[in-house]
Write a protein that binds this ligand. Structure first.
Ligand SMILES: [Zn+2]
Length: 226
């Protein structure tokens, strides 16, 4: 199949998807968008990976207006900085917190992450096959170093999985370096969550700062575990 023909098939599927969406929200009951036209007030900011298998709206069954989503390679949050460096992600977070007053920030990691894979392969250094990914994922260099120190004998797959989780914990810590996030967390108006979608077994795990470990939040067979 030629690329052009394949693209037309892709576009047709996307347009069909939009028609279903249109029928659902603009066909009969338009109450959702009647409300959303007045503005948005999502309760949560979700920071997730760009990975097509880890779409937070799909995973969480969130409808229009329910979650404010920021996606980047490997769902990373850099530490706070007053400089203009990396304004994109910091501006996204600032808008969600200061303008939308979200009540929660969920960092959603996932297994099989290509960004973390690049980090584990040492793509953060000068000789990278990528132009930009290496310097971006080096935000989580500390997570990689810790994994290599703690489980040096583990397989690459196990190390990558451990790094995906450590990177979520690191991003949570980085969120707290933003003074206006820390202040809201301390006064109880904002909660931070670190989640991990394990697409190998279809489970959702949650990070506990108390134990510094991830534990099942939604297991596959037994339903919600807490
Ligand atoms: Zn990823």
């Amino acid at each position: 199949m030629l690329l052009e023909e394949r693209n037309l098939a892709d576009i047709a599927a996307f347009l069909s998807g939009f028609k279903s969406f249109q029928e659902k929200y603009f066909g009969g009951d338009e109450s959702v968008y009647a409300r959303l036209r007045q503005g948005q007030s999502p309760r949560a900011l979700v920071i997730s990976c760009c990975d097509s298998r880890a779409d937070p709206g799909m995973l969480m069954g969130a409808g229009p207006g329910e979650i404010f989503v920021v996606r980047n390679v490997a769902n990373l949050v850099p530490p706070y900085s007053e400089s203009a460096e990396l304004p994109g992600i910091r501006a996204d977070i600032e808008f969600a917190v200061k303008n939308l007053n979200v009540e929660r920030i969920i960092i959603l990691g996932h297994s099989g992450c290509g960004g973390i894979g690049a980090l584990m392969e040492g793509e953060g250094v000068t000789t990278s096959r990528y132009e930009f990914i290496g310097s971006w994922v080096s935000i989580a260099a500390e997570a990689r170093q810790r994994v290599l120190r703690e489980i040096p004998e583990a397989s690459r797959a196990e190390q990558a999985k451990a790094c995906e989780k450590r990177a979520v914990a690191l991003s949570l810590a980085n969120l707290l370096s933003f003074p206006w996030i820390r202040q809201r967390v301390e006064t109880g108006s904002l909660a931070l969550h670190g989640w991990y979608f394990d697409l190998d077994d279809g489970e959702l795990l949650e990070y506990s700062a108390e134990t510094d470990r991830f534990a099942p939040l939604v297991q596959r067979r037994t339903g919600i575990s807490k």
